[in-house]
Ligand binder design. Structure first.
Ligand code: PDD
Length: 275
């Protein structure tokens, strides 16, 4: 199994320098890119978002996006990855441990591939979610390595027999621990606007595009925990998770407790858009 380390394709290694700033400070960014039938999906969009995260944190990417794109496609090929994801991270670099930015330090870029199947069963049957307070910082739009609140939220979900934790700031639903959240009420789709409180998911953007193409009314507007409970449908989106219907939140059944029509239609179109 090969990995990309800075500009070289090497055999996968597990050695991390103790002074890599990603390791010590979470000072870095990442992307998770879906691979379906051996081909990357929405790679340009993921790389654009990586570029945005990097510039928000004043990390300069070591390569052009074109160069990176070619390298990542090569990685999928040499690892013969059919279904899975590419994990790509860039840290500010390796330097003596001081909190402030180091001078003259080159960012460290690492990418590897991971096999992952699409959860087709859950996409049909739907899944349970739990609610949890969103305790993250105020720049959730940056895809940083600081994921401790997300880890704690996801663990809470798993311990309660759920697949995802849906986070809320006070009364407002923000997003899942590793996904975006949508509700459907009277045929209209709602999802949190893409501002500093959420990550603007690449799957989210694709789903919005599909809604508009199919003339499904869609509002990027905040909604409350109560709206979530009262929704006809709830679903979550993320890379390789695609579109998972949420049929139960805490102990409350959503709608009729089955996958709704909107989620089903969107998933069909989403699948069709893959290649
Ligand atoms: N997470 N919101 C959060 C907090 C996320 O971590 C993710 C994805 C999303 C969905 O984004 P996208 O559609 O671009 O995958 C939303 C990835 C998959 C992860 O951390 O593993």
């Amino acid at each position: 199994m090969k990995m990309l380390l800075n500009d070289s394709m090497i055999e996968r290694t597990n050695i991390v320098d103790i002074e890599d700033r990603g390791y010590q400070f979470g000072d870095g960014i990442y992307e998770v890119i879906g691979v379906y039938e051996g081909r990357t999906f929405l790679l340009d969009e993921h790389l654009q978002r990586l570029q945005r995260s990097a510039s928000e944190l004043r990390i300069s990417l070591p390569y052009t996006l074109e160069n990176l794109k070619a390298k990542l496609n090569e990685l999928v090929k040499v690892n013969e990855l059919n279904e899975g994801v590419i994990y790509l991270q860039v840290t500010r670099g390796t330097a003596e441990r001081w909190h402030q930015f180091p001078e003259n330090t080159r960012p460290n870029l690492v990418a590897y591939t991971k096999e992952e199947e699409v959860m087709t069963e859950l996409e049909e049957s739907g899944a349970k979610a739990v609610l949890t307070e969103d305790i993250r910082w105020l720049r959730c739009d940056i895809k940083t390595l600081n994921l401790l609140p997300n880890v704690l939220a996801k663990q809470k979900a798993i311990e309660n027999g759920a697949v995802e934790a849906i986070m809320h700031r006070g009364n407002i639903v923000t997003e899942g621990s590793a996904s975006n959240v949508f509700i459907v009420k009277d045929g209209t789709v709602y999802t949190h606007p893409a501002n500093n409180y959420i990550l603007n998911g690449i799957t989210r953007q694709k789903v919005l595009e599909i809604c508009r193409k199919n003339k499904i009314a869609v509002h990027e507007e905040t909604f409350t925990v109560d709206d979530l409970f009262q929704a006809d449908e709830v679903f979550i989106t993320a890379t390789k998770l695609d579109i998972i219907p949420i049929i139960q939140v805490n102990e409350r059944i959503i709608g009729n407790g089955k996958r709704g029509k909107v989620a089903e239609t969107l998933l069909q179109d989403f699948r069709a858009s893959i290649h």
